[in-house]
Design a protein around this ligand. Structure first.
Ligand code: NAD
Ligand code: TYD
Length: 344
């Protein structure tokens, strides 16, 4: 796998080690978004092998494939934050498009030399996003796999390009949340800011809608797609939980009011601040997950309400992890993204 020190990737490693017998080789560059601290619980487990490196380093990827002879590649590694892609798209094209292309070339070269039955059973799974489909109108039905791609940010465009190059088993999922998510994304950012008594910066009118998927449910879907998915097919994975951003932030505030009654702030929602919108901000995403349910037998297990509570509790219990990932570089990003919006 690639990108296993990031948010979803590290959850996938933990899920894999808990549920599967075969080992996992984890190639990750450890950008700002990659944290070995998220993998501390498997640091001494022989079924997880961590390799620091770039997916675009063809010699390294070729060597890893030769040495470990994997049965599949699950490709999570990416630059993943829309706001960062607006400030600096080059890194997104480099990793998401060119990096994926390099990885695919090495995968193809390795696969070409395989003998049957390993050749037919080898899989490349491309982890993608709902954002490649663009924005839904308020009354439109959720995205199906037949929806044409219409990306609206450099992030989404670079993921769309990678998907077109791969055309392997592709999973397109909606917004994930849960443990180990870097606090630049909506849910952890709001939790961390609220705990620090800082403003909660809601873009625009807060009416943008996302379909929230608990990360553990997503990891299970990816494992199923790897085992039962058909090469060349796409599977949409969603949480069946459409919420406006304002609803999400208010729910976090209500949970914190309850769990932190002695905090200096009695009503965390008083910290909500509307700030200038993200350029080209997609209004609504929602996924139709009927194909992954009927074909692969996947079912969402965690509701938004229980998943959000678990997530807030996890952050409250893991402030050391938060403090480690929010030092140094993180501060620069907060200044860049929120400074101009009048919020630091
Ligand atoms: P993340 O930003 O938390 O983690 C990305 C990981 O990839 C990091 O560990 C980073 O070090 C690594 N990485 C980046 N560039 C690399 C390179 N060139 N070589 C090797 N490793 C590199 O991302 P995430 O939220 O865990 O997302 C994982 C995947 O899922 C991405 O492909 C993303 O597009 C997709 N996805 C995410 C969401 C979401 O809500 N987070 C939703 C849909 C799809
Ligand atoms: P984000 O977590 O960046 O995911 P994505 O853009 O990939 O959906 O943002 C989720 C939603 O929250 C999105 O509509 C933008 C909004 N948002 C804010 O309102 N304020 C913030 O500070 C951030 C980071 C996001």
């Amino acid at each position: 796998m690639t990108g296993g020190a990031g948010f979803i990737g590290s959850n996938f490693v933990l899920d894999w080690v808990a549920n599967e017998k075969s080992p996992v080789i984890n190639l990750d560059k450890l950008t700002y978004a990659g944290n070995l601290g998220s993998l501390a619980s498997v640091a001494t487990d022989s079924r997880h092998v961590f390799v620091k490196g770039d997916i675009g380093d063809r010699a390294l990827v070729a060597k890893l494939l030769r040495e470990h002879r994997p049965q599949a590649i699950v490709h999570f590694a990416a630059e993943s934050h829309v706001d960062r892609s607006i400030h600096g798209p080059a890194e997104f094209v480099q990793t998401n498009v060119i990096g994926t292309f390099s990885l695919l070339e090495e995968a193809r070269s390795f696969w070409s030399d395989l003998k049957e039955p390993d050749k037919s059973s080898f899989r490349f799974l491309q982890v993608s996003t709902d954002e490649v489909y663009g924005s839904l109108g308020p009354a439109e039905p959720p995205f199906t796999e037949a929806r044409p791609y219409a990306p609206n940010s450099p992030y989404a465009a670079s993921k769309a390009a990678a998907d077109h190059l791969a055309r392997a088993i592709t999973t397109n999922c909606s917004n994930n949340y849960g443990p180990f998510q870097f606090p630049e994304k909506l849910i952890p950012l709001m939790i961390v800011n609220a705990l620090a008594g800082k403003p909660l910066p809601v873009y625009g009118d807060g009416g943008n809608v996302r379909d929230w998927l608990y990360v553990g449910d997503h990891c299970e879907a990816v494992r199923l797609a790897l085992k039962k998915g058909r090469p060349g097919e796409t599977y949409n994975i969603g949480g069946n939980a459409e919420k406006t951003n304002l609803e999400v932030v208010q729910s976090i505030c209500a949970i914190l009011d309850e769990l932190r009654p002695n905090s200096l702030i009695t009503h965390h929602s008083s910290l909500i601040t509307f700030v200038p919108d993200r350029p080209g901000h997609d209004r609504r995403y929602a996924m139709d997950a009927r194909k992954v349910e009927s074909e692969l037998g996947w079912k969402r297990r965690v509701t938004f309400e229980s998943g959000l509570r678990k997530t807030v509790e996890w952050y409250l219990d893991h402030m050391e992890w938060v403090n480690n990932v929010t030092s140094g570089e993180y501060r620069k990003w907060i200044d860049l993204n929120y400074g101009k919006r009048g919020q630091v």
